[in-house]
Design a binder for this molecule. Structure first.
Ligand code: KG4
Ligand code: ZN
Length: 350
């Protein structure tokens, strides 16, 4: 007998069709993540194709996750689904399914913010991954630095002013002729390269930045991407690109990691909160995790997920859904999917 409440989480905000089922102790009972590879041939996510793929596969993914859990849909106590942010057509498929299922079963529907769910992912594998912590959320669409004193209270310290960290990885990977999504292939190529071969800029790390001043906690990656583009063009014209690709990858990655770690340490210093939680797809990056731990030097813990739960997945949606289910705050209006859904409980630090 499984103890409840059993929550089924649905994730379809981008290019993963995923369903996770957790029990009352937030243990994962069933979990399927179907990554859409159709986008690879286009070098990026094609929104219309993403929505169609979700539509084609979602029912199967739900059935498979239920099979793994040994449950029928009728035994689920609540249905959570990503309501945003994300691609509108993709969101509507998963959220629409969840709304219909909740209505048909007479169970609560819990709308979940995708980035808040990334914060919950490490707690599925590590019971200690609980607030207070500094949250660094690094994904394909977002780069957020948060102080999280408790679940549901998120103080925004910094964010990107242009490209997200994952987006920078994807764009530079494309320049180097690597497949999409490029973060993982780029970091694999970087293993063979010299991180000091090229002195790429560390944007927004100027010594003139002062605590509390503008940009002290913010990120910017578009200048770094342009610097890499210039280097790639020069090497290409000189006929030296192919032998320097690994050096470029390693030097670019070192610059991104430096900025992410430095800004996070500023947040640790500023808030006196020593623990750090890494979330989002880029948190699977090994140099990021290792450098963060090394620079924290035992002052605090680094919470993170295994690569499977760092990427987009339904289990983290179920976990975040469980938190909101327990709080049982009635949504202000009929829940609906929104590509620009505001982060619940987020306030900007002054
Ligand atoms: O959180 P996520 O799965 O999806 C979004 O919500 O965007 O993040 C996907 C991003 C992609 O940009 C991908 O290239 C990046 O995470 N990524 C990585 C690594 N694995 C995935 N970036 C750097 N190193 C990795 N090992
Ligand atoms: Zn994500």
């Amino acid at each position: 007998m499984v103890n409840g409440p059993i929550v089924l989480g649905v994730e379809t905000s981008c290019d993963e069709t995923s369903v996770g089922i957790i029990d009352g102790d937030t243990r994962i009972l069933g979990h399927v993540i179907l990554s859409q590879d159709v986008h690879e041939v286009y070098g990026g996510v094609v929104p219309e194709l993403a929505a169609r793929q979700h539509l084609v596969h979602l029912d199967r993914v739900v059935d498979r996750a239920l099979d793994q859990a040994g449950l029928r849909l009728g035994q689920v106590d609540a249905i959570a689904a990503t309501a945003g942010p994300g691609l509108v057509g993709a969101l509507l498929v998963g959220f629409g399914w969840a709304r219909a299922a909740a209505l048909a079963l007479g169970r609560p529907l819990v709308p979940v913010h995708h980035m808040e769910a990334h914060l919950f992912a490490p707690s599925l594998e590590d019971r200690e991954a609980e607030p207070p912590f500094i949250g660094l959320l690094v994904s394909g669409g977002h780069t957020l630095l948060l102080h999280v004193p408790e679940w549901g209270r998120y103080e925004l310290l910094g964010e990107t002013r242009d490209d997200a960290a994952g987006e920078a990885f994807d764009k530079v990977a494309k320049l180097l002729g690597l497949p999409y999504p490029g973060g993982r292939p780029l970091s694999e190529l970087a293993v063979k390269g010299d991180p000091e071969a090229f002195a790429f800029p560390r944007p927004m790390l100027r010594g003139t930045d002062t605590a509390g001043g503008p940009g002290y906690f913010d990120f910017s990656f578009s200048g770094l991407k342009t610097a890499v583009l210039q280097t790639v063009t020069q090497l290409h014209d000189a006929g030296e690109l192919s032998e320097r690709r690994a050096d470029i990858a390693a030097s670019f990655q070192a610059a991104v990691v430096d900025v992410l770690v430095e800004k996070t340490l500023r947040a640790v210093e500023h808030t006196r909160c020593p623990h750090v939680l890494l979330g989002g797809g880029v948190s699977a990056n090994r140099p990021l995790r290792e450098t963060m731990a090394a620079r924290l030097d035992g002052r605090g813990k680094v919470y993170r997920s295994s690569p499977r739960l760092a990427m987009d997945n339904g289990a983290m949606i179920a976990r975040a859904g469980r938190f909101h289910l327990d709080r049982s705050v009635e949504p202000a209006s009929a829940p609906t999917a929104r590509p620009d859904l505001p982060f619940p409980g987020l306030r900007r630090s002054d």
